[in-house]
Write a protein that binds this ligand. Sequence first.
Ligand code: FAD
Length: 661
Amino acid sequence: MKIIYTDALIVGGGLAGLRSAIAARDKGLDTIVLSMVPVKRSHSAAAQGGMQASLANSVMGEGDNEDVHFSDTVKGSDWGCDQEVARMFVTTAPKAIRELAAWGVPWNRIGKGDRTIVMNGKKETITERAEAHGLINARDFGGTKKWRTCYTSDATGHTMLYTIANEALKRDVVIHDKKEAISIIHENGICAGVVARDLINGELIAYIARGTMMATGGYGRIYKQSTNAIICKGIGIAIALETGIATLGNMEAVQFHPTPIVPSGILLTEGCRGDGGVLRDKDGHRFMPDYEPEKKELASRDVVSRRMMEHIRKGKGVSSPYGDHLWLDISILGREHIEKNLHDVQDISITFNGIDPADEGEKGWMPVLPMQHYSMGGIRTKPTGESTTLKGLFCAGEASCWDLHGFNRLGGNSVSEAVVAGMIVGEYFATYCQKTHLKTNTLTIQKHLEAQTDYLKEILTYDGDKNIFDIKDRMRDIMQDKVSIFRNGKDLEDAVAELESLLKMTKEITVTSKTIGNNPELNEAYRVPKMLKLALCVAKGALERKESRGAHYREDYTKRDDVNWLKRTIATWTNPEDTMPTLSYEEIDISKMEMPPAFRGYGRKDSIVLNPLSEQRVQEIEKIKETLGKVDRFRLQEALMGFELPRDYKRKNERVGVGYA
Ligand SMILES: Cc1cc2nc3c(=O)[nH]c(=O)nc-3n(C[C@H](O)[C@H](O)[C@H](O)COP(=O)(O)OP(=O)(O)OC[C@H]3O[C@@H](n4cnc5c(N)ncnc54)[C@H](O)[C@@H]3O)c2cc1C
């Protein structure tokens, strides 16, 4: 029985996991990070576009601050987010960018004077302020009011992840890669660590810690077409669900990105549209202004994705051997801009499609189609990042439902969340680890290890006629066809029924190779049932949610319903033998909101069932403002909705030209 003890255990070596590890080491805790792959190959490295933070350095970001970032995030979430978490986030994001700069991330910088940009399909000149010369630049991204997405050309995630990994290594964080957590060890409602499987030799190891954090990323690979790396299977989320205690939030909230390239699904960053690229149909017509006159290509992702599919349904898609698609045209930005700022996009397009997007006109247009991209749902946590129900289990980053994003996350808010949550949740997690004396019984550890050993052995004895890869492919097809951008009750019912029967079928397989280590077939045999449980949470959550909110769009309930559905879906897997999740709901309280629900400013205006409590809250807010009289925005904000944050992160952020105002 191999047992490894540590103070702080972090499962996942992406941006969120590694930044949390730094927080733990900075408090002197022995810290181990587990990862399926070498940490610098985590999915975070694929982020191209950038990281949102309201620095307000560029002239296009002038006037930006925490309040504007907060408002964009809440509207983007379609009021599904936890507004206190959104406040914690926007207050810390500028500090995260600056910390990363101090650690060496080569953020693109501002040069004073004139520069040419493309806006609304036309070249324009903007003049950067002399006092902003050399400061961190930002691009137009994520449907935000001000330009606030900081970037390192189009390799932002790469430079961020390498830098944070280097900082973690510098602090002696211990990294065990090629290890996969396959179950959570818990006793009396307290988390004690995980059972991990060595992906090379199949050995099972119990990692025991005072506190455990899941930072395992999203669950995109339950879909057939996804921009996610193949390790994004959601196993970390599934093993939390399998405890029967930890809960998952809003699993049906799945984001589809408008512009992955066809057919590979590799992402072409939103930075393409942010920098001025446009979408065209089979006639070369730029169609987005017809649907979204204000935001055009830069409306939120759920809106652009739906408009694209709507346009294809009208027969305006370009037919291809891989189905209909539309075009993304960045050639209008000019070769120099592309080679400097969108170099990876150019590389992807040339390597995988033989198209140089800098070539002028049709020749340079890239085929694109919306595909699964981001998982807003995940392990439900308190604002501290601790599971609401399983003590000692924390979660940060895409794996979590913290819940910053509600039903649609803004472009650039996700790498930002990963790092910011790594700072904030990392801090709460580290404090928890410092204070906790774990009393877990060795027998409990042994029991958990044996249960996993027995389970894997049992899989090898299955003697059925089904194949695990076929089951997986069928699951991914169902999710793609029936739990996608447009959803309806009939398809969702069918999806739930078939996913349930697929889950039962996972015991009717035969694994041909019987070796315990280095056996990809065995890997799938224990992963696919976990993925199916998540798929069921998504599909069942989508079926029961009889409204349209953010990325969850029901053709049979097209309105956002703030009267009946201003709530978070909570999924549990109460009994290991269950074949369906148990759903319940967590109300979102309008009376505590700083920003009561209203129109998002894009999408369909007539499609909201407003709750009368929203108007009541608006009036309350007006009264609070009146009573306070002339106060600064910080005092007003505190009066409207208080929020907790470790002291260092609550400090005010300085901005060029305005100081700390
Ligand atoms: C192509 C692409 C481009 C993107 N671009 C942007 C962008 O420009 N801006 C933006 O804000 N967001 C972007 N995103 C989203 C953003 O990159 C992710 O949300 C974010 O990086 C997630 O970070 P993370 O630390 O939560 O998880 P990840 O980086 O996914 O890391 C997860 C870690 O968990 C490990 N792991 C998983 N399961 C297990 C297990 N069972 N046991 C052990 N280890 C496990 C993995 O090995 C990995 O180390 C993009 C996403 C995609 C797909």
